[in-house]
Design a protein around this ligand. Structure first.
Ligand code: GAF
Length: 405
């Protein structure tokens, strides 16, 4: 794919800005295998990169201008609930022109907040970025819990890192992109998605400790073992800036404070019962704490199963994760539950919602031979329930952010 896509994006850049780009970069969306809502609790996560990418053609400018254009981003980009600026602030399908010196947090509600936020975060961190011309195109489904926004941020950060010779490593770019999203966009997300986009490797899942960003690439080749991982995009859109995500985060922080720890990551799995007792009758906080502590343990279990070649056995652990997100963290929805219940009833090895929740996508671990039956069963169940038809595709662990040209 890379060459044809890179060329098309470069050609569009040339038509827009009158000269070819200095380079073309790509950053992927992600699926999280296990470890949900643990990242802002300093815990463990295990995402892998999708083949779907955000692609950016970029050139530097020295006059303080940031010019942004997108081929297709903005109709329903993750986390932004007002997409009126879909194709530029002029609303006429044109180029959005901003002054880097004027960039200010929470002034932009459109897709342009992501690339502009990255420029703002780089400059805030003292990096001399004097402007850029950027044209973006993305194949990461937006609003589907597959990190289309982190892909946008990371591809821009990587391009500027290369062009301005900033010498930042993948995890450093991830931190800056998270800051852009937290402060400039105003969405209180953790560090998982940006690190996944920046650091994942083809054929691997990324075992990430979000406290210190130490990482291990875990070989993850389901095809070789006669299995597949399906992504079922329920088409129910979600937005992290809408409040429920922030409420869960605040509840977890309250739990940590009540327990006298820096983060819920510090509550040991074998100390969970005692911790819950100490929380007394604050049922909501007890549920949040139970999810986070058991989810960290599930990530560690999945890592050890994969590392000892017992891949099939991760299925039930994924399903346990779903039950915890549904009943304790309370962020599932009827569509996600229907995917999971239908898939399991049809013989899936495991299934769970993935990403922030309140809609988005579920993942289904299946024997290769069962994929067709399972897909049909989920589609029929959605039709019977009167839900919008889901989009189903196979997720193959793919490369992280990279320069294409
Ligand atoms: C969203 C956030 F962006 C991540 O940081 C993470 O918290 C995830 O939801 C839940 O695991 O994707």
């Amino acid at each position: 794919m890379s060459e044809a896509v890179a060329q098309a994006v470069a050609e569009r850049f040339t038509r827009l800005y009158g000269a070819g780009p200095e380079g073309v970069w790509a950053a992927p969306g992600r699926v999280n295998l296990i470890g949900e809502h643990t990242d802002y609790n300093d815990g463990f996560v295990m995402p892998f990169a999708l083949p779907h990418t955000a692609v950016a053609a970029v050139s530097r400018r020295t006059d303080g201008l940031l010019r942004l254009h997108s081929a297709n981003i903005g109709d329903d980009v993750d986390d932004v609930d007002d997409a009126d600026g879909a194709d530029g602030a002029d609303g006429a399908g044109g180029v959005t022109e901003l002054r880097v010196a004027d960039l200010a947090p929470e002034t932009d509600r459109g897709w342009t907040a992501y690339p502009a936020g990255v420029v703002w975060a780089l400059r805030e961190a003292g990096h001399e970025v004097t402007g850029a011309d950027i044209h973006l195109a993305s194949t990461v489904p937006a609003g589907a819990g597959l990190s289309s926004s982190a892909a946008l941020e990371v591809v821009v950060a990587l391009a500027l890192n290369d062009l301005y010779g900033l010498g930042l490593r993948g995890w450093q770019l991830a931190r800056l992109c998270q800051r852009a999203e937290n402060v400039y966009v105003g969405a209180p997300v953790g560090i998982m998605d940006q690190t996944a986009a920046a650091c994942c490797e083809a054929g691997h899942a990324l075992f990430l400790d979000t406290r210190d960003l130490s990482q291990r690439q875990i070989p993850f080749d389901l095809a070789a073992e006669g299995m597949r991982l399906l992504v079922v995009d329920t088409q129910v859109k979600h937005a992290h800036s809408e409040g429920e995500y922030g409420k869960r985060r605040a509840g977890c922080e309250k739990g940590a404070a009540l327990l006298g720890v820096d983060a819920l990551r510090d509550v040991p799995y074998d100390g969970l019962e005692a911790a819950l007792e100490r929380l007394g009758d604050d049922e909501e906080v007890r549920r949040l704490v139970r999810h986070v502590v058991t989810e960290d343990e599930r990530v560690e279990r999945v890592v050890s199963l994969l590392e000892s070649g017992r891949t099939r056995e991760i299925g039930p652990v994924l399903t346990e994760g779903h039950v915890s997100l549904r009943d304790d963290f309370r962020i599932s929805c009827p569509e996600l539950d229907l995917v999971v219940d239908t898939a399991l009833a049809e013989g899936a090895l495991g299934a769970r919602m993935t990403g922030g929740g309140f809609g988005g996508s579920a993942i289904v671990l299946a024997r290769a031979a069962d994929v067709e039956t399972l897909t049909k069963a989920v589609q029929e169940a959605f039709a019977r329930a009167g839900f919008t038809a889901p989009r189903v595709f196979e997720a193959v662990p793919s490369a992280g952010a990279r320069r294409l040209v």
